[in-house]
Write a protein that binds this ligand. Sequence first.
Ligand code: GUN
Length: 291
Amino acid sequence: MTAQIIDGKAFAATIRDKVAGHVARLKADHDIVPGLAVVLVGEDPASQVYVRSKGKQTVEVGMQSFEHKLDVNTSEANLLALVERLNGDPAVHGILVQLPLPKHLDEDLVINAIDPAKDVDGFHISNVGLLSTGQKSMVPCTPLGCLMMLRDFHGSLSGMDAVVIGRSNIVGKPMAQLLLGDSCTVTIAHSRTRDIADVVRRADIVVAAVGRPEMVPGDWIKPGATVIDVGINRIDAPEKGEGKTRLVGDVDFASASRVAGAITPVPGGVGPMTIACLLANTVTACCRANG
Ligand code: GUN
């Protein structure tokens, strides 16, 4: 069997088009321009790439982008003061503080200082609580993008066995909540799970979000299952030449795509969906703020 490829890049482009349409209508009918503020502390190269990409796409759909770059040694008080300022700025509808933060800054404290209504990442404790109790909330972008791809591919997910590999607050836990909300039977597997291969083999849906390159081999996948690969790992690629690298997921694509029914590629799967959902969340926050 050769898996169908779920094209996240193309799907994300359709979401961005819809967002651009909403933004144009907000401007034409109400003279409102949604604004997204992104805060980056330090110079982590991967974070810099993400932040640049977020800013570029925000502008491309017609929204305002506010980028705040703080020195790696910035104090917690300084960062919290910036968050407070953004909370009070009516031109800012969404606030994203890029993670990870440098070690001397308390991530929970900073995230929970964001106005929950502007928390387009869905990481604030009140949004986490709302999601887990099935209430209207800001939903974390990466799991939301995964859910949209799964719904688009399957229609209803009701009754399906889903395994989420990874228990992070950013992806694993909210992903499990979303799948539960769509009436899947959900298992969260992690580094201490016994017989993880057997656990994964029972799943109709596998979401891999561990950050370990090609950790999930094809023989863990049930024939015909749908595989969503959240991992974006850069590894050495000597076959491409000295010093060259390539991106791989958490799933061994070559072997898994021979067994799965459908699979997301890396790159071009979950990654583009995450930013598209961030833009969509910003429009949602703007609409809620303006009644
Ligand atoms: N770092 C890696 N992924 C994310 C994300 O979705 N949001 C934020 N704020 N930081 C991240």
